[in-house]
Design a protein around this ligand. Structure first.
Ligand SMILES: [Zn+2]
Length: 567
């Protein structure tokens, strides 16, 4: 059961992606081209994507163009534009002239004839067509999803995190460079309705029984969040009064799910209230919030969250059924996992975005942690803690959470449950809930609409906490070892130290210093002693809100601490 749960865990991709992906295999030239700031990418900064795509479900093909507007930031070289096999480029045009290019797998290298002075704004338009990769198991193993609703009508979606947006449209497929805004104009056969990101600006019917839906995102967007969702949808809208004013919430269930959706999607407002409290204002008031029913489980598509949880609380698994409690604690079964987890990514993932796939914990650890905050919003702090502690059963400690850089590699699926437990542990170390909430809100303020490195996030948390947590992050994000609190109890003397830890690890931890009294101790890798007042050695406990192991040593196994070491 647990193994299956892990394979199916979460709405993202713990087990996906072609290639080496940090499993000890060698990375390829193609991995570096896909995952690093290559010289052919580094000299230009994307400012606008003008994407126009016609989707043809009859033969599973697409065709269209993307106008890529950029600012020149350095000396011109060839320009790398990504578009994955088997899609084909028809032509590329700049200043009304065709430009030449060569192809290397999924990357095109363009030779630009026009002058590219530093600071200039230029546009290159890429015309393309083909039969895009069909998703093997969306959302984990992505591409295009060609499905049918239960009435046999066409239902289309895209999902491409990790794999990359270039699986269906040409762009700079590099997370660190987001456009400042984007048009997404999708043409589909009647009577389908396309729901993409941002706001619908226009709807144009054509004589050939197709319709173009022009969507516009006015804020920076991760390229993998750009999505096609096309079906026979119903629509309803609600206003939400939030921290930054009036927010429009738009809901797009399949037409025959309208009544069900009107009940289940009420949780979106509860979610919004909880996350604005903990994380600060929803990041996309200008573009609004949408929830769109999809044939796959779900994805954090910015301002257009993909929803496929079958209108049930808990977590839906095609293999295991509906309403699963991923925490095994009873605290995860009565709220809608996909509404909560995917929407949490609007703050952590979409507003604050990793520059490199290796740092995906910035998205997933915080989104996982948000689940436990949501339980706390619903049922209190103890219930939230039960949830996060319950998810420890899913942790594998198989590989580090942070993967190698520059090769589009993804770390262990532990970035979900272990990452959530790391943040829960740090909350204990901070030991001041309002301060902790201030740190979470502060992260969203400091890194609002930015791409970041893990170093920025780690430093910010340490600085705001006033505690150097660098070794704590090293331990949990960069090793698979869980700290062991090793101790010995000799009457009223507690001796303790950390083992299985990185050099310099000195995380404080809360332990029983009296029968019902917890106090913080500050172990290092050297033995220390402290007086405790316990009626029996069996009364000793380490606060299980800290994600650590404990090992009680027989008295003789522990060397006496050197004179003067006691504190
Ligand atoms: Zn996620």
């Amino acid at each position: 059961m647990r193994v299956h749960l892990l394979l199916l865990t979460c709405a993202l991709l713990p087990f996906s992606l072609a290639g080496a992906q940090g499993r000890g295999e060698a990375f390829t030239h193609a991995d570096s081209v896909r995952g690093s700031d290559t010289p052919e990418r580094a000299w230009w900064d994307v400012t606008f994507y003008d994407l126009h795509v016609t989707v043809n479900p009859a033969d599973s093909t697409i065709s269209g163009w993307n106008g890529i507007t950029y600012t020149v930031t350095g000396p011109v070289k060839e320009m790398q534009i990504d578009l994955q096999v088997p899609l084909e480029v028809d032509s590329m045009v700049q200043d009304a002239r065709r430009v030449t290019y060569r192809r290397d797998g999924n990357a095109f290298y363009v030779t630009l004839a026009a002058p590219q002075p530093v600071g200039a704004a230029k546009t290159v338009t890429v015309y393309y067509h083909g039969r895009p990769r069909v998703a093997v198991r969306a959302p984990w193993d992505g591409g295009f999803v060609w499905a049918r609703d239960s009435l046999g009508r066409t239902w289309i979606a895209t999902a491409c995190e990790g794999l990359g947006a270039s699986v269906w449209w040409p762009n700079k497929d590099y997370l660190a460079d987001e456009p400042d805004s984007q048009r997404i104009a999708i043409t589909v056969p009647d009577p389908l309705q396309d729901v993409s990101n941002g706001r619908l600006r226009s709807t144009t019917h054509h004589r050939n029984h197709t319709t173009t839906f022009e969507w516009f995102v006015t804020e920076p967007i991760n390229n993998y969040d750009v999505a096609v969702n096309a079906a026979v949808y119903a629509h309803f809208e609600e206003d939400y009064s939030g921290e930054a004013g009036k927010l429009t919430m738009n809901f797009w269930p399949l037409a025959y799910h309208l009544d069900t959706a009107k009940v289940q999607f009420r949780q979106a407002q509860t979610m919004m209230k909880c996350f604005e409290h903990w994380f600060g204002p929803y990041p996309w008031y200008a573009d609004g919030y949408q929830l769109v029913e999809t044939p796959h489980l779900g994805m954090e598509h910015q301002s257009a969250i993909a929803y496929g949880n079958h209108y049930d609380d808990g977590y839906y698994s095609a293999a295991l059924g509906r309403g699963i409690d991923l925490s095994h604690s009873g605290q995860g079964a009565n709220w809608d996992f996909i509404i909560v987890h995917e929407s949490a990514h609007e703050w952590f993932g979409n507003s604050i975005t990793m520059k490199d796939q290796a740092d995906m914990w910035i998205h997933e650890s915080f989104a996982n942690y948000a689940e436990n905050l949501y339980v706390e919003c619903l049922r209190g702090k103890e219930a939230g803690a039960e949830y996060v502690l319950g998810t420890r059963a899913n942790i594998q400690n198989d590989r580090p959470i942070i993967a190698p850089y520059g090769v589009n590699a993804e770390g262990s699926g532990d970035m979900y449950y272990k990452g959530g437990n790391l943040l829960h542990t740090i909350r204990q170390i901070v030991n001041d809930d309002e301060k902790w909430r201030g740190i979470l809100r502060g992260l969203n303020h400091a890194f609002w609409h930015q791409t970041v490195t893990t170093g920025q996030i780690e430093s910010y948390i340490s600085a705001q906490a006033g505690i150097d947590l660098s070794k704590v992050f090293d331990q949990y994000l960069r090793t698979t070892e869980i700290p062991v609190f090793e101790y010995r109890l000799d009457d009223s003397t507690l001796a303790f130290r950390w083992t299985d830890v990185v050099p310099g690890f000195d995380m404080p931890v809360r332990v029983t210093v009296g029968d019902d009294t917890f106090g913080l101790v500050h172990p290092t890798t050297r033995w220390q002693v402290q007086k405790v007042h316990l009626s029996s050695p069996d009364a000793f406990r380490v606060d299980d809100n800290f994600y650590v192991l404990t090992a009680r040593q027989p008295i003789r196994a522990v060397p006496r601490p050197p004179a003067g070491a006691a504190r």
